[in-house]
Design a protein around this ligand. Structure first.
Ligand code: BES
Ligand code: MN
Ligand code: ZN
Length: 498
């Protein structure tokens, strides 16, 4: 599938299937007007007769006939007027693609990107349209014997009537393509079951990524080396598993300038049973997605490398499997972290913070400018924010604001929670420097408080994506690829500031 821009005379683009927005008042966008003329006012007549309402999401696929020179013509109602909000904009795009599912359309010419989307411009519309369409067309059928019939599209083209904006739109298009490729890549890894997607498998994927992009290099730290280093917290999580844990270290050098790197740290628990603090059966379903943080780091690095961003990036994937067994960690075990701080493991199901804390300490050797960790860390964040916003906590308000902004720009939004000292008290242990859990109140915050004790040497932000990286309930289970768009936008913004 190819995404392109169309700036030539749309009236002559006969090999295309058109998507035209129409409001309830019968308004069109600029191209819509032109195309209605090319169709001899056919659309205007339909509206006059009351055959098309223009209500948001209502659509009409005009039958092909000799007077209609295009492949197909789809009218998509956009509501009261041709100004829409972000959410409706995405819904209209998705609905449009769906309307073609009974056709053999190959080349779409979409003019919905000409709609006015509140607070945004044409380049934004194009970038978001690419991501939305790629999302709508994504399908994970590796394990289906009978593959679902896939859409016949070969090309989706977006109209750009204002030639002055063409360069900016080209740039937006390539960013949209790179981000959606990163998102699909993240989804493909995340959707795999844990019997295939083990720490070893993720390490192989990281090596393949490094092969694809010469600017990316990779180094794998095995359990033996973790022992030598003193990563007692990380190792306590993998003790019960037959799979080998791995700390996967990637580096992307997109610039020859010496630059303190931006480090992305991903939680990569390939399956989280809870360990001896075993999860109930229902709560265990979805726990193959406990490696979404790691998959997000891979997808973001891929997008950054595709865009050749002039940045120095580090990606650290803390991968392990959390299993109960005779060799597993037990409640009240005390371990010594790489930082030297001791931890009483009061709940083996709070394993994410244990692999992450040693990885954060390990991160210090890169002398990073900024460290962002991404983790499906707490069920509590799903209670607090549901599935729409990623939880954001940070020891630096500038960094937090940059991430919140990138989230708004990419429509992959985050919401900040406080990291006040008062919450730190909940982590007290009578025997060790800290407990690994802080009780039910403010569970997302105390998890971040725990991590903050290992992130004192740099600007750090934590993204709790337990509610946003994947949908885990019932039969509708899927990885979303979030927050690859947010992080890639953050990196793009960084380049523009530098
Ligand atoms: N991987 C889970 C968090 C999670 C829960 C992700 C639901 C996605 C959906 C994490 O390792 C976990 O088990 N957290 C515990 C922490 C508790 C023991 C302090 C939780 O949230 O219950
Ligand atoms: Mn857990
Ligand atoms: Zn977990």
């Amino acid at each position: 599938m190819k995404f392109t821009l169309q700036s030539v005379d749309l009236k002559k683009q006969h090999k295309f299937s058109l998507i035209i927005a129409v409001s309830e008042k019968g308004e069109f966008t600029a191209s819509g007007k032109e195309l209605d003329k090319a169709l001899n006012g056919q659309i205007t007549q339909l509206i006059k007769k009351g055959d098309f309402s223009g209500k948001s999401g209502h659509s009409l696929l005009l039958p092909q006939n000799s007077t209609q020179p295009y492949e197909h013509v789809l009218l998509m109602g956009c509501g009261k007027n041709i100004t829409v909000n972000e959410r409706d904009y995405k819904r209209l795009l998705t609905a449009s693609l769906k309307s073609f599912s009974q056709t053999k359309a190959t080349n779409l010419l979409c003019t919905l990107s000409e709609l006015t989307v509140a607070e945004h411009n044409l380049p934004w519309n194009i970038k978001q349209a690419v991501e939305t369409c790629a999302d709508a067309l994504y399908c994970f059928d590796t394990f289906k014997s009978e593959k679902p019939t896939s859409p016949t599209f070969k090309q989706i083209s977006f109209s750009v009537t204002d030639k002055k904006l063409l360069a900016a739109c080209e740039k937006a298009l390539s960013q949209g393509v790179a981000i959606s490729e990163g998102v699909s890549y993240t989804k493909n890894i995340a959707n795999l079951p844990s019997n295939i997607c083990t720490p070893t498998y993720i390490a192989q994927q990281a090596k393949l990524l490094a092969k694809e992009f010469p600017a990316i290099s990779v180094k794998i730290i095995e359990e033996r080396e973790m022992e030598k280093l003193g990563m007692g917290a990380f190792l306590s999580v993998t003790k019960g598993s037959a799979e080998n844990a791995k700390l996967i270290c990637l580096e992307y050098k997109g610039t020859s300038k010496k630059q303190a790197p931006i480090a992305l740290v991903g939680k990569g628990i390939t399956f989280d049973t809870g360990g001896l603090s075993l999860k109930p059966a229902d709560a265990m379903v979805g726990m193959k997605y406990d490696m979404c943080g790691a998959a997000t780091v891979l997808g973001t690095l891929k997008a950054a490398a595709t865009l050749k961003l002039p940045l120095h990036l580090v990606g650290l994937l803390a991968t392990a499997e959390n299993m109960p067994s005779g060799t597993a960690s037990k409640p009240e075990d005390i371990v010594t972290s790489l930082s030297g701080q001791t931890i009483e493991i009061m709940n083996t199901d709070a394993e994410g913070r244990l692999v992450l804390c040693d990885t954060l300490t390990y991160c210090e050797r890169y002398k990073p400018e900024v460290v962002i960790d991404i983790a499906t860390l707490t069920g509590a964040v799903v209670i607090a924010l549901g599935h729409h916003a990623t939880g954001l906590l940070s020891n630096n308000d500038g960094l937090a604001n940059d991430l919140l902004t990138a989230g708004k720009q990419s429509y992959d939004r985050a919401w900040q929670l406080p990291l006040w000292d008062e919450y730190q008290d909940q982590l007290k242990s009578p025997f060790a420097d800290m407990s690994n859990v802080g009780g039910r109140p403010g569970g997302t915050i105390t998890a971040a408080c725990f991590l903050s004790r290992f992130a004192k040497k740099f600007q750090w932000a934590h993204l709790d994506v337990a509610g946003t990286a994947a949908m885990m309930g019932g039969n509708d289970r899927y990885a979303t690829g979030r927050p690859v768009p947010l992080l890639t936008q953050y990196l793009i913004n960084k380049c523009e500031k530098k």
